[in-house]
Design a binder for this molecule. Structure first.
Ligand SMILES: [Fe+2]
Ligand SMILES: [Fe+2]
Length: 300
């Protein structure tokens, strides 16, 4: 298969609506352990502690090569009341109601990225939803029961050009909590280079970057990396994590805007190495200024 020609967009601005999956890490781990553990339990069978859920969601604003605005909602969070507040605070409720959001892009079916769908459909039931291949029957049922009435596009494994300058790649692999598949966005910003945008990055950030080098025609540079990188989600640290950073550093990414499951310790270690990690304001529940958090905007 030949390489894909990505094209370019004129600009990309990323607003972190919320990167906080849940309020209490220990509580979340206990919920999963009590249900049987990360590897064997279906996320639908966990008795999640009420009041602990929050959610991950990001607003992407681009101007394409023709000068047209392209607005995507990447992931929709978890707790519906929490996401109602987030969408109201950031004006996403109005964008949805006014039909300004081109489509909802669900990176993967994990509870903290997807179960907040009713907070979207109440404003726009017919919004187009783009999911990766591998969604379970229960996840598809959840989408229906959220009141969604619009088109659902299921992306096959591999690369897809969404519009010039913006591609989606589906990584077809099992993920813990009995889920499957994650898709990632690659946006090529004119005169700057490629920006990757991820939910959790369960397939691994190194593979993701390597993929771009091997599969996109005219690859020039990694301008940015946004989203969860899943390096130390529960603040674990040791030689395997150091090795990831060794390899990650060699890609010479110009701007890291990593949050959510990247881990605070990972952000700190990256800064210590001199890697360009954007900071944040630690507002609205985000816990550290070491990474872009809830309500923060990053222009790439
Ligand atoms: Fe996540
Ligand atoms: Fe995840």
């Amino acid at each position: 298969m030949g390489k894909m020609t990505l094209g370019t967009v004129r600009s990309l601005s990323v607003k972190c609506l919320s990167e906080l999956s849940w309020h209490d890490n220990a509580r979340m781990r206990l919920d999963v352990r009590e249900a049987g553990g990360l590897l064997t339990t279906d996320q639908f069978d966990v008795k999640w502690t009420p009041g602990n859920a929050a959610g991950v969601s990001t607003l992407l604003s681009m101007v394409d090569a023709e000068g047209r605005a392209r607005i995507l909602l990447m992931d929709v969070g978890w707790d519906v009341a929490y996401m109602d507040d987030v969408f109201r605070r950031e004006g996403v409720d109005r964008l949805l109601a006014d039909g300004k959001i081109d489509f909802v892009y669900i990176t993967h079916e994990h509870v903290d990225h997807f179960w907040g769908m009713p907070a979207v459909t109440k404003h726009r039931p017919d919004v187009k939803v783009v999911i990766p291949t591998g969604f379970s029957a229960r996840s598809k049922e959840l989408l229906k029961s959220s009141g969604h009435k619009g088109e659902v596009v299921e992306m096959a494994p591999g690369p897809h050009l969404l519009f010039p300058g913006c591609a989606s790649v589906t990584f077809d692999q099992p993920i813990f909590l009995k889920t499957h598949g994650e898709q990632v966005l690659y946006v090529n910003v004119e005169g700057k280079g490629i920006v990757t945008l991820t939910g959790c990055c369960h397939p691994g950030v190194l593979g993701l970057l390597e993929y771009a080098k091997e599969n996109f025609d005219g690859f020039s540079a990694f301008h940015g990396v946004y989203g969860g990188l899943h390096i130390s989600p529960f603040e674990e640290w040791g030689p395997p994590q150091e090795e990831v950073l060794d390899k990650l550093q060699a890609f010479n990414v110009r701007k890291f805007a990593c949050n959510h499951c990247t881990g605070e310790i990972a952000a700190r270690k990256m800064r210590e190495r001199g890697m360009p990690v954007a900071g944040g304001t630690a507002r609205h529940g985000s816990k550290s200024v070491l990474y872009p958090g809830n309500g923060d905007t990053i222009d790439f």
